[in-house]
Design a protein around this ligand. Structure first.
Ligand SMILES: Nc1ncnc2c1ncn2[C@@H]1O[C@H](COP(=O)(O)OP(=O)(O)OP(=O)(O)O)[C@@H](O)[C@H]1O
Ligand SMILES: [Mg+2]
Length: 349
């Protein structure tokens, strides 16, 4: 008998977000802060979610955790974690997923820790809630180990300290210890370094990379900073006015950005190099309720043409695992665009 050809086993994605839509009530209408957002994250992979302030990154993160507070609510889509739709789970089961399946860390380490409890008791609480420890002693010991795992110096002493006794960088490490205490498969880090100075930022990112390798963590890294993206992520999703406008590998995004918004973000890096907070393109992200019809970026786009202000562009496949929602990528418009005085889709930008 002939040997069967061996195929690499294709593992289903850890997280599949499909057409997620989250709305806030504005007057009589629902305004979509997250608008048919779809992406996947595989085990051990880092996806960066990038975009200017107000583009919908945090609402996406909160939606995945099912922590959107009224007047916000998820109005459509599916969020499959290990194949189970989180939006269909009873709240009790969702509480198990939070922490033990998916954890979220925020940009504000000050406010996320409770000032009246010691660091150790906050880590212990998470472990107890998820039934991971047998006794208080056990919990304390695990807390010390976790502090050591996130490179908090003198963990035996720090475990009994209160948040105000720690620097911003150490507080962020403690939050990461809480987040990984129950060994989640996915960590969502919403601007984990914005509140910190540059040296500490670099250390926290280094820690995230280490944890990713040690625990095979998948990471959804929300950031403004393309320098962070270049160093930490495998793939990038660029978000604008509630939609993913471009998605590709880090290498593709930096070498062949297709969407004018992505190109603008990259051009706004001083000296053309990644490393600073984005200040993209003139103008700003439209606020909820004022998001234009058609391509929401059209009013700011130097390349806009006939279809842009009226029709929402579909996600065009522009390369291997590379999609961009931009009519410049539509072959049907290519002849019209290459006329004199028009920014052709083949022009270098
Ligand atoms: N509780 C709320 N009520 C009404 N609108 C909200 C609420 N929370 C967020 N929004 C709106 O939803 C949109 C997306 O907000 P979101 O916080 O997700 O942006 P972001 O990309 O995380 O921005 P930043 O980079 O500043 O954190 C914004 O227009 C914001 O004003
Ligand atoms: Mg945010």
């Amino acid at each position: 008998m002939r040997a069967q050809p061996t195929h690499p086993t294709v593992e289903p994605p850890l997280l599949e977000v499909e057409h997620l839509s989250t709305a806030f009530r504005l007057g009589q209408t629902d305004a979509l802060a997250v608008n048919h957002v779809s992406f996947e994250i595989r085990t051990g992979e880092t996806l960066a979610l990038v975009g200017e302030s107000g583009s919908g990154k945090s609402v996406t993160a909160f939606s995945i955790m099912r922590l959107v507070q009224p007047p916000g609510r998820i109005v459509g889509g599916r969020i499959l974690f290990r194949g189970r739709d989180l939006l269909a789970l009873p709240e009790r089961e969702m509480r198990t997923i939070r922490g033990a399946g998916i954890s979220l860390i925020f940009q504000e380490p000050m406010s996320a820790l409770n000032p009246v409890f010691t660091v150790g008791s906050q880590i212990a609480e998470t472990l107890q809630v998820h039934g991971r420890v047998r006794s208080r002693r056990d919990a304390r010991q695990r807390a010390i180990e976790l502090l050591a795992a996130v490179s908090v110096p003198q963990p035996e002493r720090r475990v009994d300290e209160y948040p105000h006794q720690l620097s911003g960088g150490l507080r962020q490490r403690v939050l990461i210890a809480v987040a990984i205490a129950c060994r989640p498969a996915l960590l969502i880090a919403d601007e984990p370094t914005t509140a910190l100075d540059a040296t500490i930022q670099a250390q926290i990112l280094e820690l995230l990379r280490e944890l990713k390798a040690t625990f095979n963590l998948a990471l959804l890294l929300i950031t403004h900073d393309l320098g962070v993206v270049a160093e930490t992520a495998d793939r990038v999703a660029v978000m604008y006015a509630g939609r993913i406008v471009e998605e590709a590998s880090v290498r593709e995004i930096f070498r062949h950005p297709k969407h004018p918004y992505t190109q603008g973000l990259l051009a706004s890096i001083p000296g053309g190099h990644p490393g600073s907070r984005l200040r993209a393109i003139d103008g700003g992200v439209p606020s909820l309720g004022t998001i234009p019809q058609g391509c929401a970026f059209a009013p700011r786009c130097p390349y806009r043409f006939e279809p842009c202000p009226t029709e929402v562009p579909p996600p065009y496949v522009v390369g291997v695992e590379h999609r961009a929602r931009c009519y410049l990528q539509d072959p049907a418009y290519a002849p019209a665009l290459s006329g004199p005085g028009r920014p052709g889709r083949h022009s270098k930008s």
